[in-house]
Design a protein around this ligand. Structure first.
Ligand code: NAI
Length: 394
């Protein structure tokens, strides 16, 4: 099959197996080009391991520290006639590269929120690894079925208290328009916390503990975002921000149970991923941010961010450096005063007409397509390719 991108708004319904493999390989190459991490974890469980920050969190410990990894994700395998999802092909490529490097890697495709998934992962840890010493929680999901009551909760991206109007970018047409979003009702806030808060993260850690598969001195990390004032109403002070507050409460609970320095929230940089492209206003902010950060030679992608997370914090000799609220801040370069001032200035001025001058919208679009394996150097997109790719560990 010849596979081409089929995009609709923030969704691309096709993915290219060789392109995804090239994307994974370039992340592996980057990690191998960095100095080794001082104290890398050795047995790592990544929940949400197939794309974005979670994929990078699997690649860094594996290819920097030789870690055994177990990845959990929710992806679609390809069939003879239909392409799979990018996360599926990324995971196939990751496992193939891990096998070639002699590294243990197993993957679980299914619902991380379910009891069954937790039980299957625990069984495999017991059989193959004995214990895990690092658990990365990097899920981004629009819904969660809570196994205790069987109810399905849906997360929303809305402001709280009052409507929010802001500039926005139509990523299909390149038009800068505006968006107005009505505030969430109480149930929507509670449901977003149910889906994107720390409850399921804590359930994973409790289940792993109960099964006796947590190594002495294990650490666990989940990811958060803060960003600039202009996205506060839709992010930090909105429904998703409430869920991220809950993540921090989970961190405090786990640290009081297991000891300080066990659980961390890492605040990461805004980057193009399947999850972030769905948030109103954020694609315009990212397009402006990329331009400013690239010009300042401070731009990073997910792999550079996570390399820094392990090298400077989770796997460093000195341990993690925390902000006044106890969080790791790898969004530090994004939040530098000069970067934020330049983005705020461009934000005021940006229109449809000057978008390509003031922003890196073309970089945004290229990176979006790369998420699905399109536009990578060295990949022959004219060549017939087989969309059906088995996961080596299945
Ligand atoms: P992503 O969309 O690239 O990855 C989400 C992962 O979750 C995938 O591996 C997917 O298969 C998995 N997943 C979703 N539902 C699942 C389910 N029910 N069961 C098993 N796996 C499931 O997302 P991204 O952007 O990497 O986000 C990961 C975390 O990082 C989120 O907590 C997000 O809020 C946070 N973050 C993202 C930032 C960004 O700009 N992209 C910035 C800062 C934090």
């Amino acid at each position: 099959m010849i596979i081409t991108p089929k995009t609709r708004g923030f969704i691309c319904t096709t993915a290219h197996p060789e392109g995804c493999a090239a994307n994974v390989q370039s992340q592996i190459d980057y990690v191998k080009s960095c100095p080794p991490i001082a104290n890398p974890p050795k047995k790592v469980l990544v929940i949400g391991a197939s794309t974005g920050y979670g994929l990078a969190s699997r690649i860094v410990p594996a290819f920097s520290g030789g870690a055994a990894t177990i990845g959990v994700f929710f992806e679609k395998p390809g069939t003879e006639r239909k392409t799979g999802s990018a996360g599926w092909y990324n995971s196939v490529a990751f496992e193939e590269a891990a096998a070639e490097a002699g590294l243990y890697a197993k993957s679980f495709n299914g619902d991380a929120f379910s009891n069954e998934m937790k039980a299957s992962v625990i069984e495999t840890i017991k059989a193959d690894l004995g214990q895990v010493d690092s658990i990365v929680y990097s899920l981004a999901s629009p819904r969660r079925t809570d196994p205790t009551d069987g109810e399905t909760y849906r997360s929303v991206l809305k402001p709280i208290g009052q409507p929010y109007s802001q500039k926005n970018l139509n990523t299909d047409t390149g038009e800068v328009n505006s968006v107005s979003i009505e505030p969430a009702v109480d149930d929507e806030i509670a449901h977003t916390v149910k889906v994107m808060g720390g409850e399921d993260w804590e359930l994973w850690i409790a289940a792993l503990k109960e099964a006796g598969v947590l190594a002495e001195g294990f650490t666990t990390v989940a990811y958060s975002y803060i960003g600039p004032d202009l996205t506060y109403p839709i992010y930090t002070n909105g429904t998703i921000g409430k869920a991220k507050e809950h993540l921090e409460e989970s961190t405090a609970r786990m640290n009081s149970e297991f000891g300080e320095g066990t659980a961390y929230v890492s605040v990461n940089k805004a980057l193009v991923t399947q999850a972030s492209s769905a948030i109103p206003v954020v694609p315009l902010y990212i397009s402006l941010l990329y331009k400013v950060m690239k010009e300042a030679d401070l731009h990073e992608g997910t792999i550079e961010q996570i390399q820094r997370l392990f090298a400077d914090h989770l796997g460093s000799e000195e341990g993690a450096t925390l902000d006044e609220k106890g969080r790791i801040r790898i969004d530090d370069w994004e939040m530098k005063d000069n970067i934020q001032a330049a983005v705020a200035d461009a934000w005021e001025k940006v229109t449809t007409e000057n978008l390509s001058d003031l922003s890196d919208f073309s970089g945004y679009k290229n990176e979006f397509l790369r998420l699905f394996g399109f536009g990578l150097e060295g990949v022959d997109y004219e060549k017939d390719t087989n969309p059906e790719r088995p996961l080596p560990s299945e």
